[in-house]
Design a binder for this molecule. Sequence first.
Ligand SMILES: Cc1cc2nc3c(=O)[nH]c(=O)nc-3n(C[C@H](O)[C@H](O)[C@H](O)COP(=O)(O)OP(=O)(O)OC[C@H]3O[C@@H](n4cnc5c(N)ncnc54)[C@H](O)[C@@H]3O)c2cc1C
Ligand code: FES
Length: 286
Amino acid sequence: MFKLIDNYMIVPNIHLLTVEAPNVAREARPGQFVIVRADNEGERIPLSLSDWDAEKGTVTMAVMNVGKTTSRLAELEAGTSMPTVVGPLGNPSEIDEFGSVLCVGGCYGIGSIYPIARALKEKNNKVFTVLEARSSYLMYWEEKLRGFSDKIIYISRDGTHGYRGHVNQLPDIIESLGVPIDRVIINGCTLLLKKASDATRPLGIKTIVSLNPIMIDGTGMCGVCRVTVGSKTRFACVDGPDFDAHEVDWDELLQRRKSYMSEEAKPLRTSGCEKRGCLTTQPVVR
Ligand SMILES: Cc1cc2nc3c(=O)[nH]c(=O)nc-3n(C[C@H](O)[C@H](O)[C@H](O)COP(=O)(O)OP(=O)(O)OC[C@H]3O[C@@H](n4cnc5c(N)ncnc54)[C@H](O)[C@@H]3O)c2cc1C
Ligand code: FES
């Protein structure tokens, strides 16, 4: 069992879970993920590592409430235990002296881009970090990211913070930085990854995305996380999750992620969430 050290809502619909998992914390690298279960009856879901403390033996994940398991995770109280926290899984992100790197994070990806920005800065890169959200109140970890970023840039869809719009603003942002960008790294939901990939393709800048197809075992055995990259079949859990964005078959990925939509909606209907129009319980706001 894995003791939950802390669990709170950092912004609406996103919880930060800190769990005691010393073996994972000791081996964790930026870009890796864990597979967790909220309870003994629950399904296994993948979550990226947003932070870890090898000395304390803890790992932290930013969890966006989108369905049954993520809502169940949000309800867990500090002090209780989770039956499964397996990892670290997946290949670590490539961290090198690239020069100037643009790190882009949206929704839970604001959390998972943090260890990547930190590692890039420690390799003496110039790090520009873009936080993308629907509105300013959905942005978090700005201070943490500022510690490892030469500049933070904001994109909000309602224009309440920084650029108004979506990641299609990336070409303007890159031009405004006044230095050539050697690599773009993007973490977040699939639509954000695709839109950002579309935005950087005409610029010819190498763009890396952390893909999030449906996963079950996370060890290359079940085949569920199959994606097509560069016309080849790859398994995101063992060959990724990072891939060259400009080689991903986005239409296939978006289609496959919707495979179980009617089943996923059932527990929400049962819990009355569909009727109320909400997707989350809200235990603690700090
Ligand atoms: C490598 C990786 C890292 C991820 N990191 C994070 C993270 O740090 N924070 C975060 O909030 N989310 C992350 N996700 C997405 C997260 O796993 C899904 O949102 C979660 O599984 C949804 O489960 P649910 O029961 O709450 O929702 P459901 O109602 O079951 O599903 C909602 C949507 O989530 C996707 N999904 C469902 N089951 C899975 C599954 N087993 N694996 C992947 N996607 C699934 C489907 O597209 C579905 O339409 C990551 C996914 C991957 C593959
Ligand atoms: S999750 Fe089963 S092969 Fe990747």
